[in-house]
Write a protein that binds this ligand. Sequence first.
Ligand code: NAP
Length: 492
Amino acid sequence: MSNPLSKTIVIFGASGDLTARKLIPSLYRLDRKNRLPEGVRIVGVSRTKLSHLEFQSRMGAAVKQFAGADWNQEDWDQFAPRLQYCSGDASTSEGLASLEEWFKAHEGAGGARLFYLSVSPDLYGSIVSQLAGAGLTKVPSPELWRRIIIEKPFGHNTLSAQLLNEEIRQFLKEDQIYRIDHYLGKETVQNLLVFRFGNTLFEPLWNANYIDHVQITVAETVKVGSRGDYYDRAGVLRDMFQNHLLQIMAIVAMEAPARYSADMLRNEKVKLLEAITIPDPKEASESIWTGQYEGYLAEKGVRPDSKTPTYSAIRLNVDNWRWRGVPFFLRSGKALSSRTSEVQIQFRCPPHLMFSLPPGEKLECNRLAISIQPNESIHLRFQSKVPDQEKMTIAPSEMEFQYGKSYSGVPIPEAYERLLQDALGGDASLFMRSDEIERSWAIIEPFLNVTESPDAPIPEEYPLGSMGPVGADGFMDKNLREWLPLYGNRPS
Ligand SMILES: NC(=O)c1ccc[n+]([C@@H]2O[C@H](COP(=O)([O-])OP(=O)(O)OC[C@H]3O[C@@H](n4cnc5c(N)ncnc54)[C@H](OP(=O)(O)O)[C@@H]3O)[C@@H](O)[C@H]2O)c1
């Protein structure tokens, strides 16, 4: 039936893993919270032939499996009729015919459309071009918007990202394109913005005068699993650094935007990324340490002589007034001892200490840890006097904020919920603009060149369940720093 203000979400890749594990469970949860636009329909598209009912039943099983405590049969029965399915190869015009028919039958005079490309990256360009060729992305009026969410990875180096941007911008305006980095949808990453710019306490100290260095860690416990073939071509630098780690770094280090608006926020992030020094080949090779977990070379899909790192630690410098001389250490790896993402701000030590410390002891200088996942929390470490000692004795103490305690009964939502809701509402603040993506690739590329050149160093093997290669500690020694203990896996 014709409904001029209808809204449709079209998911390309509807029979795939991401749709089942994240996208449909997130849309189901949004529906339970009454946050989906009234009457919104969700159309799945992929080549596998399925009826609407078969798709609904598959997705029901997925939500039951992946939505955990949020599963509720009654809520599902209300949500399921929103799901529709059109089979077809979306990279060909014939393949889109069934979707076009669906729009004709259900939109009548027209409706707003959110397309989600949850398909292999080599299909992004061709699907956008086919959608545009079929007139499905043409914007008839501002209320009948057309937006496209594009999954990661966006390109595999600077040039391919530039070419992909050029390709899709032939058909779409920048404000129609929502490039996803699901880390930005995480509550704690957004809380970094609030922590920095909703308070006065830390901002005067947030600079080279008071901060010695910054560490950002994204550690995983999982191995490559069934993605060996993809991973061996990508490696940890593409998988984690170009996107998640640099995005977190940009939010930690950028200047305050005047308003919380997509462009103002992204302008500040780009300015920060622009200020990161791009190392020359020698500097890049001295500013990276790489590792490979034990047994990686025997994984399915991995080349037996592969030098692809599954662990990297890099040092970046920001060449601006605020951060001059403050190194940023970024590290990430697979098969590590804990799954944790954390930002650590190491403040400088007092210029002079009037208290004497026991022989051989060093003062632990102020430290702020922001745990992004799991155990979402903020910890501030400072010195305090130990009571009732013979002599003046000082020791580190801690103040902490735990999401789980302060907001008990409010579970942390899945990042994709926030991102889907924002895209439906036209808020691109938590999505990446073309210039951000291209600059991020330019920063990481010299490190990729180190690990992918014919004489690339053999990554140092590290034991499963460790915190990475021993050499990464030596790398920090060389930089006159040490890795700080992580909070993420402490019980809340
Ligand atoms: N899974 C994750 O956790 C995750 C995390 C971050 C990013 N991503 C990104 O999300 C995207 C999807 O990942 P995934 O893990 O869901 O992949 P996947 O399980 O391999 O699913 C790919 C989907 O694309 C469909 N497809 C392939 N060719 C098509 C075509 N020509 N026309 C229409 N549909 C087509 C496939 O279904 P048919 O064979 O039936 O056509 C399948 O539904 C990728 O870009 C990936 O990098 C995934």
